[in-house]
Design a protein around this ligand. Structure first.
Ligand code: DHB
Length: 304
């Protein structure tokens, strides 16, 4: 039997297949044909201090090998989330990581203070410092080393749960931002969030997205994600969660070889939300075929 278990901080996950924020709702409302208990964990959509309607439509457009979205962090807000969603996690059968977003340092901190004031089964927080679609906050933090450091330090002081910083690819030096997160107490980083993109209708001459720009995701991102993970791997010791364009189990292997210790599936969930659970058997078979006992032994083993 291949060992698919992985460890982040003091938490063990049954396998390294997670769902990416924004592609699996709050984890409690998935179709019947999906067995979430097979997954290593679920990263919720971004939750903010106050409820948000998000951006006006059109806010999603398909592109070659991917899609662009500009949802604008539409979500129910932390109070509703605590009341209506969190209780269901006690029986969900997989681990939940809550993704949080804010427009000020205080907003991020207030969300964590609220969450830490109740008992819950959430195992950690993923900090979205990389949303490209809001005027304030979001990517503003993720492109700035000192803001990333300050935010991570504040949030670290508020929780002993996992703190995972989600990095933006829209930067000159992603490894420097990852290092700042590590130095200030992050347990892991996830990389990458979406790449700023645009799509234009040549008939109307208008952008296909109301906010003009959006976040590009899907298979087009895999080479960018792999390069980011490899760069970060050479700079930090904490685990890296690889994200970007994964559609099959061999993509997962590539991310491991580049330096990821786990992965998140995003855009593929819109095609088929059961992709993740199907990959688990395939990963076991791959590991058996190449005679390795533990998937973790692949981490960073690309031959350069
Ligand atoms: C949104 C947030 C993101 O972090 C992202 O990468 C793309 C879109 C959003 O809510 O608009």
């Amino acid at each position: 039997m291949t060992d698919l278990r992985i460890q982040i901080g003091n938490i063990e996950f049954k396998n390294p297949i997670f769902t990416a924020s924004g592609t699996f709702g709050y984890g409690n409302d998935v179709p019947d044909f999906v067995d979430v208990s097979k997954l290593g964990g679920i990263f919720t959509k971004s939750i903010t201090l106050h409820p948000r309607e998000g951006n006006p439509p059109p806010r999603i457009v398909e592109t070659p090998s991917g899609m662009i979205n500009s949802i604008g962090l539409a979500n129910v807000g932390v109070d509703h989330y605590m009341r209506e969603m969190v209780p269901s996690y006690s029986t969900i059968g997989t681990k939940i990581i809550m993704n949080i977003a804010g427009s000020t340092l205080d907003e991020y901190a207030e969300i964590i203070r609220k969450m830490e004031s109740i008992s819950s089964d959430i195992v950690g927080y993923e900090i979205n410092i990389s949303c490209p679609n809001v005027k304030k906050g979001g990517m503003e933090f993720g492109v700035d080393r000192s803001l990333t450091a300050e935010l991570t330090k504040i949030l670290r002081s508020l929780t002993e749960r996992l703190l995972i910083v989600k990095l933006s690819p829209n930067v000159t030096d992603i490894a420097a931002i990852a290092t700042a997160a590590e130095e200030c107490g992050a347990d892991a980083v996830s990389a990458i969030n979406t790449v700023v993109g645009m799509s234009i209708n040549p008939t109307t001459w208008k952008s296909n997205i109301y906010t003009v720009f959006g976040g590009l995701s899907g298979p087009a991102l895999k080479p960018i994600g792999l390069a980011a993970v490899q760069k970060i791997f050479h700079s930090v010791k904490i685990p890296i969660i690889g994200i970007g364009g994964i559609t099959g189990s061999l993509d997962v292997i590539e991310y491991f070889l580049a330096g990821a210790s786990a992965v998140q599936l995003g855009t593929v969930n819109f095609q088929d939300p059961s992709t993740g659970e199907r990959m688990i058997d395939e990963l076991e078979t791959y590991c058996k075929d190449v005679s390795i006992d533990s998937i973790s032994s692949l981490v960073g083993k690309v031959k350069n």
